[in-house]
Design a protein around this ligand. Structure first.
Ligand code: NDP
Ligand code: GDR
Length: 374
């Protein structure tokens, strides 16, 4: 199946098949990823498979398939010599599932990417956001700690997906020593997860790192984050499926990079001698309005003819200006971003024009309503 194709039933069934101790994966490094079905999870899985890892992902039960971003990597686990990515049911809200999979899979590296990751939505579902983002990270750290305590010969390296949102209203440029001033339940929960991670490192000597990543986007970005919402609209407006785009605050400024570049930084953090915390950013910031200008400009349109400001997209508290200083990551990890702002916008617009063209064929043939999205 293609990246955007329908997942097969076997994808879900495979999640229930326990790993075989005789599989060829035993000589490979084993990574366990929470949030594997998300944007970053899919890029990190690709990256680790290329590095020769065996990758296990924890997925949560959903009434609909949620593995679309992984379909292109999926190989039936019955083909045990080829299937190097395996999926298992768990939830960051369920401590027992986390401990069980760590005991069974015995990972060398654990990447905690799972989150209710939408800042605006966190104002609507604050307790749930805290449960998954903050307490979920604590549950996973505790599963790692108790597993290591029961298996003193084992070593696990842990990555926590921290966010530039933790800096909130602290003025730019933000680096590892900038104070946190979170402006949403999501950001406050990420701060808690950050400090749980530091605490488990200091208290138990666990190799645990916080990556403080600034915004990173891609054609796989969720469609209700502002960049993808814009590029999806550009594609649909261009082919005539939509005419208006409703947005909130256009003056907010973000340091936008490419997700494919950022997952490499996550991995690099876990390859150092000592665990530490790192800011990962492009060091360039643009307003939402500049993103609009660039994205609509790619197809020769003027965003002013299409954008309508809708108050519902304003947040109770906003983060005005994020621009990272990633000199530590560049110096210690040797990391730097490869994709710049213009290229990122161009890549997203190009993919969303293709997607809109496919939608148009379905709409014209009467298989889909123009308002509907596949
Ligand atoms: P996405 O929203 O694309 O993915 C989030 C992932 O978490 C999905 O796989 C989702 O599963 C999973 N998830 C949500 N709730 C639970 C739960 N209760 N139990 C288990 N899994 C759950 O996020 P991104 O890939 O963009 O981001 C990855 C991480 O990095 C997140 O923690 C995010 O907060 C953080 N981050 C992201 C940045 C960015 O710019 N992208 C910047 C800084 C930090 P499902 O598919 O079922 O919804
Ligand atoms: P952010 O990303 O909050 O930075 O969190 P998002 O794309 O949601 O918002 C960026 C800025 O755009 C403004 N905005 C809108 N945002 C959305 N979603 N929809 C709109 O219609 C709209 N109009 C204007 C917002 O107000 C904001 O200022 C992302 C997430 O990936 C987090 O998980 C991650 O931690 C941070 O990036 C770093």
């Amino acid at each position: 199946p293609t990246q955007n194709g329908s997942p097969t039933t076997t994808t879900t069934l495979s999640a229930l098949i326990p790993p075989s101790p005789t599989s060829p994966n035993t000589l490979r490094k084993v990574a366990l990823i929470t949030g594997i079905t998300g944007q970053d999870g899919s890029y990190l899985t690709e990256f680790l498979l290329k590095k020769g890892y065996s990758v296990h992902g924890l997925i949560r039960r959903s009434s609909n398939f949620n593995t679309q971003r992984l379909d292109h990597l999926y190989i039936d686990p019955h083909n045990s010599s080829k299937a190097l990515m395996k999926l298992h049911y768990a939830d960051l809200a369920d401590a027992s599932s986390l401990r069980r999979w760590i005991d069974l899979l015995r990972p060398d590296e654990v990447y905690n990417l799972a989150a209710q990751s939408h800042v605006a939505v966190s104002f609507e579902i604050p307790d749930y956001t805290a449960d998954v983002v903050a307490t979920g990270a604590l549950r996973l750290l505790e599963a790692v700690r108790s597993h290591l305590s029961d298996n003193p010969d084992r070593r696990i390296r842990y990555y926590q997906a921290g966010s530039s949102e933790m800096f909130g209203s602290t003025p730019p440029p933000q680096d590892e020593s900038s104070p946190f001033h979170p402006r949403s339940p999501y950001a406050a929960s990420k701060c808690a997860a950050h400090w749980y991670t530091v605490n488990y490192r200091e208290a138990y000597g666990i190799y645990a790192c916080n990556g403080i990543l600034f915004n990173h986007e891609s054609p796989r970005r969720g469609e209700n984050f502002v960049t993808r919402k814009i590029t999806r609209a550009v594609g649909r407006i261009k082919v005539g499926l939509q005419s208006k785009l409703f947005l909130g605050n256009l003056q907010a400024s973000r340091d936008w990079g490419f997700a494919g570049d950022y997952v490499e930084a996550m991995w690099l953090m876990l390859q150092q001698e000592e665990p530490d915390d790192y800011v990962v950013a492009t060091e360039e910031s643009h307003t939402v309005e500049e993103f609009l200008e660039k994205a609509f400009g790619c197809v020769g349109l003027d965003w002013r003819d299409h954008v309508v400001i809708d108050k519902r997209y304003f947040r109770p508290a906003e983060v005005d200006n994020l621009k990272g200083d990633s000199s530590k990551a560049r110096r210690v990890l040797g990391w730097k971003p490869r994709v710049g702002f213009g290229e990122l916008v161009g890549m997203m617009v190009e993919r969303d024009i293709d997607l809109a063209k496919r939608e148009k064929v379905l709409v014209d043939a009467g298989y889909m309503d123009a308002q509907q999205q596949p």
